[in-house]
Design a binder for this molecule. Structure first.
Ligand code: SF4
Ligand code: SF4
Length: 291
């Protein structure tokens, strides 16, 4: 079971939901991993952590051009979709801009003069911690200055390949890091808030998930503020409202202390446990496992 917790924008309560869902799953005895896929700014370990089990560097291949062999034919620059190669044949100048290279390999294919070799570049780190005997916390963290966190996210998700249940804390927004996260999931929990901004960003996320063919449900955080537009939209479009989390001072206090509401406030232990069961049942129904 692969569950991504996502939102169209930052600050809606994604990590609040993913960490409490993780806690509820492990509390029920589930063998579970939480993967912090917000690899540009991971923060899951502020709430759930443990003893370090392993760390691994994520590397990518960067082309190295031998100017003694290069004929300045310009083909590698033409093949590179990411503008990561500058080639100026009249003055015999060629350079790879490492920060823009996506390790696609096209320039290696393009170069008939065999002037391109490769070197490794560290672009991030994955660390795995043991929350307890059957629950793991995996964090992907991209190096400062690296253009794309996608390779680190993909490696982080691979790290949890053997976990029977995995919860992905997705990066905010709907760009490549979000897609790299949700495309590996069976179900997506979208967290929003009942405001105009919340609805706008929810619609963008929904459009993307529908394009990807991913099933999803919605959690409204900070219920009680704003207006009823999100509720009306969910009702009119028959999108399941999985849970509401009220705009509540006690929740804010627990969260700001780096604690989990499911652990501190008994009502939320029940609600997150029910949420886990609902998601599990939905995934099984969709896969035809149960009717
Ligand atoms: S590996 Fe791909 S992205 Fe990198 S320089 Fe070559 S063509 Fe461009
Ligand atoms: S394709 Fe090879 S030979 Fe041509 S410019 Fe690039 S590195 Fe030089």
């Amino acid at each position: 079971m692969r569950v991504a917790v996502a939102s169209g924008k930052g600050g809606t309560g994604k990590t609040l939901v993913s960490t409490n869902l993780f806690w509820a799953a492990q509390k029920a005895g589930q063998e579970v991993s939480i993967i912090d896929c917000d690899a540009e700014e991971p923060n899951v370990v502020e709430f759930v952590s443990g003893e370090e089990i392993s760390t691994k560097l994520v590397k990518q291949k960067i082309p190295v051009i031998d100017t003694n062999l290069c004929t300045y034919c310009n083909k590698c620059r033409e093949y590179c979709n990411y503008n990561a190669i500058i080639c100026l044949p009249p003055v015999k100048f060629i350079q790879v801009i490492e920060e823009l290279c996506h390790d696609c390999g096209a320039c290696f294919v393009a170069c008939e003069a065999k002037a391109i070799s490769e070197k490794d570049k560290t672009i991030g780190k994955i660390s795995e911690k043991g929350y307890n005997m059957h629950a793991r916390v995996i964090e992907g963290c991209t190096e400062v200055g690296v253009f794309s966190s996608v390779p680190v996210i993909k490696e982080s998700i691979k790290q949890a390949a053997n976990a029977p249940c995995a919860i992905f804390d997705s990066p905010p927004g709907i760009s490549c890091p979000f897609i790299a996260t949700v495309e590996s999931s069976d179900f997506v929990v979208l967290v929003t808030e009942p405001t105009h901004f919340g609805l706008n960003d929810l619609l963008l996320s929904v459009e993307t998930l529908e394009y990807l063919g991913k099933p999803f449900g919605v959690i409204i955080n900070r219920a009680g503020i704003g207006n009823s537009d999100v509720y009306n939209w969910l009702k009119n479009n028959k999108v399941p409202l999985l849970m509401e989390i009220p705009f509540d001072r006690e929740i804010a206090r627990v969260y700001s202390e780096g604690k989990l509401i499911a652990e501190e406030l008994p009502l939320y232990a029940t609600l997150f446990s029910q949420l886990m069961n609902t998601i599990e049942k939905t995934i099984k129904q969709q896969s035809g496992y149960i009717q």
